[in-house]
Design a protein around this ligand. Structure first.
Ligand code: ATP
Length: 301
């Protein structure tokens, strides 16, 4: 295996409404779509579509959404042996999108909250055979900490995407990850520092490096990405495109970065490819539906 994603999956339940409902109102939606999401699943799908062998360690509920999620992983070539069923609802995200593309999102973590350090132990042999561990924060922090310890103990690089921002994240317990990859908002919340300019972002990331984090890579939307460590700073500008839907751009970036990092071991190259891949994804609607396959991505350039 190349990459172990230890993280979340969600089922997006998207109602397209003319306007947002008022409190107590029942409103008819002209359109509805169900889609697969969750940060862990999105990153796994992007990496797998590009050709990495991806092991997914995650929990689904014992409801009708579970089959949908497992089928989607399988369809995308992801190893589902550790997609574990739980006495719970699956993770779901009811979403309203209005005519002006404003959205309201509710996240029900459901089974994702049950992903435990014991699940990492259960998949230990398979995870130990991977070249990179990829983590986010839609599962319990104890599981994230255990996965970092597992990676350190087995000499496997660990990429932590601290998203969504978690007020209780203990930097001391995650600083031994290899790549710490927040977006600007998460960086601001984690460091309580301003992130309006690139120089401010660099300073905030430098603060994390001073606390002992090795490599901080900040994604900055249409401004690109910034890599900061104790010896240098490297800025990778975004590829200029006409953006249609930026949802899931961060996950596209991380999935693609992981794929090229494992393939080449070259961080700068992985960032450049991820920047192209995420830019391509924002030109299309949807999250996973906007992630290109290897043939589509390389062929397009
Ligand atoms: P999300 O939460 O929607 O997944 P995010 O906030 O985590 O996204 P961003 O920092 O917005 O992630 O974007 C990730 C990467 O995607 C950026 O570093 C950049 O390379 C690319 N990207 C995002 N928006 C654009 C854009 N408008 N044009 C070109 N590239 C973009």
């Amino acid at each position: 295996m190349d990459i172990a994603v230890i993280g979340s999956n969600m089922v997006d339940l998207i109602s397209y409404v003319d306007r947002m409902p008022e409190q107590g109102e029942t409103l008819a939606a002209p359109d509805f779509q169900m889609g697969c999401g969750g940060k862990g699943a999105n990153q796994a799908v992007a990496a797998s579509r590009l050709g990495s062998d991806v092991l997914m360690v995650t929990r689904v509920g014992n409801d009708i959404f579970a089959k949908n999620t497992i089928d989607n992983f399988a369809k995308n070539g992801i190893d589902t042996r550790f997609v574990l069923e739980t006495e719970s609802t699956s993770g779901v995200a009811p979403i309203f999108v209005d005519k002006d593309s404003n959205n309201s999102i509710i996240i029900v973590l459901g089974a994702n909250e049950k992903l435990s350090p014991a699940d990492i132990d259960a998949a230990a042999d398979e995870i130990a055979a991977c070249k990179l561990i990829v983590l986010q924060l839609e599962v319990p922090l104890e599981t994230v900490y255990a996965a970092i310890e597992f990676g350190n103990a087995h000499d496997i690089p660990v990429l932590l995407n601290p998203a969504p921002a978690h007020p209780d994240l203990d930097i001391e317990r995650v600083k031994s990850c290899t790549y710490f990859m927040p977006n600007e908002t998460e960086l601001a919340l984690l460091t309580s520092k301003p992130v309006d300019t690139i120089e401010q972002i660099r300073e905030a990331a430098q603060g994390l490096v001073d606390q002992g984090v090795k490599d901080v890579i900040v994604t900055m939307g249409s401004r690109g990405a910034l890599w900061v460590n104790s010896t240098f700073t490297k800025e990778i500008p975004a590829v200029r495109v006409e953006a249609k839907d930026t949802t899931g751009a961060g996950d596209a970036f991380i999935g693609c970065f992981s794929h090229y990092l494992v393939k080449s071991g070259d961080v700068e190259k992985a960032m450049a490819m991820a920047s192209k891949y995420a830019a391509d994804s924002v030109t299309k609607l949807g999250t996973q539906s906007s992630y290109a396959t290897a043939a589509e991505f390389v062929g397009a350039r």
